[in-house]
Ligand binder design. Structure first.
Ligand SMILES: [Zn+2]
Length: 645
């Protein structure tokens, strides 16, 4: 307004703004997801922060730090809400000890206004979830969970809620991954409906005149992007489940924050309380989003811990010592988990952990288990086994990951495992449901032979490279850790199953007294060539110089991009040099190496980045030096035909 106002008209303007009668409404959405019981701070690998790490300011998160961050963010926001997109449950000994009780205590204290039901909220069935919701006293939402026939949950999970913020009504609709029945324990009386159940909940809000709708989704980043296209009336999606980091500033982010799809801003804030999401959106009078911006706040040592909350967590953590001292099983002999064995040959701890993983998910059609030797950190001595001992072997709070890959990919994984035995690398593949042979005299990449799988009963037969196998590993390996890039694009992947230490402890308990064994499932023969010679033999730089891309890999796909470019792409795994070779419009091929990514395979190099969304679709973008790969805008490319016959 340019004309002069009297004091009276100013007051009128101010009151109109306050009532929202004709003005933009600005809302800051603070959000978390996949907290997984990390009430204590975490270290750089997401496990419980140790005192020396805390002293070195190397820790993140923790509920006491989150409380400070929420308080600060609320303080600088005009209007704010605090939401959680599910999976509060499971992931630390505090969950083993208290189930949902700590979330029920802290979430109201932090001022959460609603949460979505995550799959892990069903880990201990309705018997734990029902009382948790009562104790929490906050809206617990899912539009696609019908719990009306489950007495312990009936009437407790609502499809949506309406939150009053600064005189505006904000609708929040919950959603839960449809995989929940397979990966958690909702029981026979809980019905998980398809995602379009959310539309009905949105329409009901719209019918009540609620024009600002947030979808609080525990479906994962990929599904959230699809939902942004398929649902109508959603203004913002706040997601969880895939533990995806979206950021405009942090390394390794899977996409920008927010990710705009069909005009809908999508946000999610990784996991484990490491970040607090902070998205500020502006709504116009009709409730349309006209602006959305923000970034997740990294909760590092620069964020002070709230003293009272910290003291309370310390108090609650005290009984965990008892839990660690608890005897979970008896072992008849010592279980060898030394790095000299587990990173070079079949070892007893490798067999134990791989068999435990396989047993846990065998009823999900999984027949093969792969455990990276580097994930096994200690031996266990004979006699009583305490939970503390199991946690010393498996300290990373890794979770079971299930997925489907071809026999060819399984063999590639074993080759990767055998590729750096000389360096005692952690990638060595301890297995269950598999037998294989390693010849160390062969170059890395061609050392594995005689790979066999169970073909029924006790009968073993050769693996079929073209067949699809259900595999279980841990979330670190599945996301490409230790060079297992062949698993990054695996089908039907779910990375956040039960904790590996819990699974191992339960397996020991069910098979006690446990008899440690090796049974010859992995045979290692031959002597490795001296390392220097071997390195010279590795065709490291060869692909970059090759002009015929088809000579590099038998798998060459031709993609047509939306900007008109044509890309031939070949993919290789050479030891830990996991490469993609791209030929743009028939030009000299460019060599790209795999980059860490929370979702999908992402390759960078030669001023380009390329990230696959399954084999048929990918994104291609220029990459300036020093540029954050997540923020570069790309063009969509689709595989239309094999580039070679
Ligand atoms: Zn989840």
């Amino acid at each position: 307004m340019r004309h002069l106002c009297t004091a009276g008209t100013l007051a009128l303007v101010a009151s109109s703004l306050a009532s929202g009668a004709w003005a933009d409404f600005t809302l800051t959405i603070l959000h978390t997801n996949d907290f997984h019981d990390r009430f204590e701070p975490i270290n750089g690998t997401d496990s419980t922060c140790q005192p020396e790490e805390a002293a070195a300011n190397e820790c993140f998160g923790g509920v006491a730090r989150l409380l400070t961050a929420v308080r600060d963010a609320r303080g600088r926001a005009e209007n704010s809400v605090l939401l959680d997109a599910g999976d509060q449950f499971q992931g630390s000994l505090l969950y083993t000890q208290y189930k949902g009780a700590m979330s029920a205590e802290f979430m109201p204290l932090l001022g959460y206004q609603a949460m979505a039901v995550g799959n892990h909220e069903f880990d201990d069935g309705p018997a734990v979830l029902g009382p948790f919701i009562d104790a929490l006293g906050l809206p617990v939402l899912s539009a696609n969970i019908d719990a009306s026939r489950e007495p312990l949950l009936a009437g407790k999970v609502a499809p949506s809620t309406v939150i009053d913020v600064g005189g505006e009504r904000i609708g929040v609709v919950g959603l839960t991954t449809t995989e929940t029945p397979e990966i958690a324990s909702p029981g026979p009386n809980v019905n998980v409906l398809p995602y379009d159940a959310a539309q009905q909940a949105i329409d009901e809000l719209t019918a009540q005149g609620v024009t600002k709708v947030i979808l609080l989704s525990h479906a994962g980043y990929a599904d959230d992007q699809a939902l942004a296209q398929s649902l109508t009336g959603v203004d913002v999606i706040v997601g969880g489940h895939s533990h995806t980091l979206l950021s405009n500033t942090e390394d390794g982010a899977a996409g920008p924050y927010p990710t705009m799809v069909n005009g809908v801003p999508i946000v999610t804030a990784r996991s484990y309380g490491k970040y607090l999401g902070e998205l500020t959106v502006t709504f116009d009078d009709e409730g349309n989003v006209t602006a959305a911006s923000g970034d997740p706040i990294l909760l590092n040592a620069s964020v002070a811990e709230d003293e009272a909350a910290r003291a309370r967590v310390t108090e609650l953590a005290a009984p965990l010592e008892e839990l660690r001292a608890q005897v979970v099983a008896e072992t008849a002999g010592a279980i060898d988990g030394e790095r000299e064995s587990c990173r070079a040959v079949e070892c007893e701890m490798g067999n134990l952990v791989a068999e435990a993983m396989l047993a846990r998910v065998a009823d999900q059609g999984v027949t093969i288990a792969i455990a990276n030797g580097g994930g096994l950190r200690a031996s266990i001595d004979a006699g009583p086994v305490t939970m503390g001992e199991v946690l010393t072997v498996l300290p990373f709070q890794n979770t079971l990951s299930t997925f489907q890959v071809s026999g060819e990919a399984v063999v590639a994984a074993l080759e990767n495992g055998a590729s750096q035995i000389e360096e005692q690398a952690g990638r060595f593949a301890q297995v269950a449901g598999l037998r294989y042979a390693i010849d160390l005299s062969q170059p890395a990449g061609s050392r594995v032979s005689d790979v066999q799988v169970l073909i029924g009963g006790d009968a073993w037969g050769p693996i079929d490279p073209a067949a699809t196998y259900g595999v279980v590993s841990n979330n670190y390996v599945r996301s490409g850790g230790d060079g297992f890039a062949m698993f990054v694009d695996a089908a039907n992947a779910y990375d956040f199953g039960p904790d590996l230490a819990d699974v191992t402890a339960e397996y020991l308990a069910a098979n006690q007294p446990y008899a440690p064994f090796t049974d010859g499932r992995i045979t290692v023969t031959g002597t490795a060539a001296p390392v220097a010679e071997e390195a010279a033999a590795t065709p490291e730089a060869a692909p970059a110089e090759a002009t015929d891309i088809a000579a590099i890999s038998p798998l060459v796909l031709r993609y047509s991009c939306e900007d008109g470019r044509v890309v031939d792409a070949a993919f290789l795994a050479l030891g830990d040099r996991d490469l993609a070779v791209l030929s743009l419009d028939g030009a000299e091929p460019a060599l790209l190496t795999i980059a860490a990514s929370a979702s999908g395979a992402r390759y960078v190099g030669a001023g380009l980045q390329w990230w696959g969304k399954g084999q048929d679709e990918a994104m291609l973008a220029p990459l300036a030096e020093g540029e954050d790969i997540a923020s570069a805008a790309g063009t969509t490319c689709r595989a239309d035909q094999p580039a070679t016959p």
